[in-house]
Write a new protein. Sequence first.
Length: 337
Amino acid sequence: MQCLSGKAEVSERGAVLLGDSVACDAFDADRPLRVVTHAHGDHLGGLRRSLRSGKLVLMTSATRDLIRVVNGSLPLDDGGVKVLDYGETVEHGDERVTLVKADHILGAAQVVVEDAYGGRVAYTGDFRVDGTEPLEGCDVLVVEATYGSPSFKRAFKVDVRELLVSMVEKRLRQGTVYVFGYHGKLQEVMQILHGADVSVPFVMPERVFRVSKVCEAHGMRLGCLALSTEKDGRELLDENLPCVAFYHMNARGSVGLVGSSRICVSGWEFHSPCRQIGEREHLVALSDHSDFDGLIEYVRRCKPRRVVTDNYRVRHGVTLAREIRKRLGIYAVAMPR
Ligand SMILES: [Zn+2]
């Protein structure tokens, strides 16, 4: 077997291939190990196929528990899944696979594959730079590229979390505040509000509730949670009483439309930490990804010999690779091209 040096790429179907044996975040027919870095849908590609075709599927226990809620029909309990703690290693042939914490949503991991010859390749998955350990000494580092263009910079002077808390507190005086976001982000908002002593009930539909319960089971403190389908929660919403209602972004067009304050939390905002987008609706720039400067800073900290940018999930990989070459002098290429 040759050493790992140079063995990392992103397939046409979005699988991040590390070494000889590992495919991350999408199905690959030839790789015996499948890693799921976290529970967001664009990282679960072909997971049913991976499970059915006898791959050993590696993920953290929190990611497994979240996937059970967001996609309950997947056969996660038929013996194909091996849960790993951060720092724990699985060996396959000459290769060792280790998951390292990534600051993104609950359970998110980076992936490191090392071989017996000192080769080391890695994939960041999705991450925020500040809470994510840099993976140093890699021959090839595969980096996410969500905000991979220099126009995606958030140079806000204010603390977005503090701004979110004060917005919610102010609007609660008029009644219910609706918060729209994606799974994981909604629970981060609950944690922020609870940590700031916003003590009104948090009301939510069943799936958001179940995701929140998984987050609590894995150590997050979220406050007083109520189901929108049960009497107490329904009354709070029907009578526009002071509470915070948490809904998935997909429900934005169908709930909380009459008379209530609405807040969307999204990373896709770069000019202002908070912007009015409707009569009673604001967008708050709370992101669970690094912005462009964060991506560059992370690669600078890791000092890899080469970089591959993930050009499958968003199309900013080409720009990010060019900027890494230009700013850091590190060879970088986008895949798939
Ligand atoms: Zn994600």
